[in-house]
Design a protein around this ligand. Structure first.
Ligand SMILES: NC(=O)c1ccc[n+]([C@@H]2O[C@H](COP(=O)([O-])OP(=O)(O)OC[C@H]3O[C@@H](n4cnc5c(N)ncnc54)[C@H](OP(=O)(O)O)[C@@H]3O)[C@@H](O)[C@H]2O)c1
Length: 301
């Protein structure tokens, strides 16, 4: 077992909710935030996988303030229960949990398209119901993707059967989440709250630091993957733009952060360009109305 990481305390007193914190990029957000002193709420659907993450974080940050919030973002009932369960001020939310591929017929528990329903509508419903708990200067970070640039959002047919590839539908779901965040930021313009987007670039497990029960890549696979390091990065580094968006003083509402290197696949956090469509107030407003209709959850602003 590695020795614990050097602890910093620059986020002492901050409480940050990370969805999908039991694996991948969400795990690394949670670990790095905890090492910096933040209290981290881990929004996870599996208690067992959440506990593995808690154990791994605790090994790196002994005494870390962690709380598991059981939530399945593909179930409006589960989201309602999770929101009722949270009873503390939240300073930032990283909307990270995501389904990256699916069959055309795959649906959430509520019959919504699986990727739109989980990646966008699940976060919409969760944020709407925890909004009263958000700090006056809270930040919401929507985790987007390079794939949003190849997607066209159709607010009127958001959850309808889709055409084209699973990757294109994934791009739509990410574009929808991003457009929602930019719309949220516009609706919060008279407040100190802010919403912004971030993406992790091209982040793979094979280049990620080891963590027991979470990232266990055979040595030979890791060795082969090292050849791709000039082009892509590990999920530990992929977490950096998300953490920057959630915590850095120079990150602002309406920003979009991603890796600053070649093609935005890897590198240190930098401001990057989002498509005109996800920044469109017309699209944002239509999407907002569609999300309230499909989830049955009004979003108080
Ligand atoms: N990796 C990349 O290169 C890349 C690039 C662009 C954007 N992204 C985005 O970054 C985020 C994290 O990606 P990743 O590569 O770390 O993915 P990952 O390793 O597959 O992890 C996804 C996380 O989301 C959780 N999740 C999925 N469905 C859920 C649900 N219904 N309720 C609650 N949690 C759920 C998973 O929990 P379970 O363990 O329970 O399944 C897991 O914790 C995603 O939003 C993805 O779209 C990733």
């Amino acid at each position: 077992m590695d020795a614990p990481l050097p602890q910093r305390h620059d986020l002492d007193g901050r409480t940050i909710l990370v969805t999908g914190a039991n694996a991948g990029i969400g795990y690394w957000c949670a670990e790095r935030l905890a090492v910096r002193g933040a209290r981290v709420l881990l929004g996870c659907r599996s208690p067992e996988r959440a506990q593995t993450a808690v154990d791994a974080i605790t090994a790196q940050a002994p005494g870390a303030a962690l709380r598991v919030i059981p939530v399945d973002l593909g179930s409006l009932d589960s989201i309602r229960g999770a929101a009722a369960d949270v009873d503390e001020r939240i300073d930032a939310v990283i909307c990270n949990a995501g389904v990256k591929s699916a069959e055309k017929k795959a649906r959430t528990h509520d019959g919504l398209d699986l990727m739109i329903g989980t990646n966008f509508l699940g976060h919409f419903a969760l944020l709407a119901q925890i909004a009263p708990l958000l700090a006056d200067d809270a930040r919401v970070v929507a985790v987007g993707s390079l794939a949003h640039r190849f997607a066209h959002i159709e607010p009127d047919g958001l959850s309808a059967s889709w055409r084209g590839s699973s990757l294109r539908q994934y791009g739509r779901s990410k574009a929808a989440l991003m457009a929602f965040a930019f719309e949220l930021d516009r609706r919060w313009s008279d407040t100190a709250r802010s919403a912004l987007c971030a993406h992790p670039g091209y982040a793979v497990d094979q280049l990620t630091a080891s963590r027991p029960g979470l990232v266990e890549v055979p040595r030979v696979v890791r060795g082969l993957a090292a050849l791709s390091r000039p082009f892509v990065q590990g999920k530990d580094d992929g977490a950096a733009p998300l953490i920057h968006a959630a915590t850095a003083p120079d990150a602002r509402g309406g920003d979009y952060w991603g890796p600053g290197g070649m093609l935005e696949f890897r590198g240190a956090p930098a401001r990057v360009r989002a498509s005109d469509e996800v920044r469109s107030p017309t699209t944002g407003a239509a999407l907002w109305a569609a999300a309230e209709h499909l989830t049955g959850v009004p979003f108080p602003t």
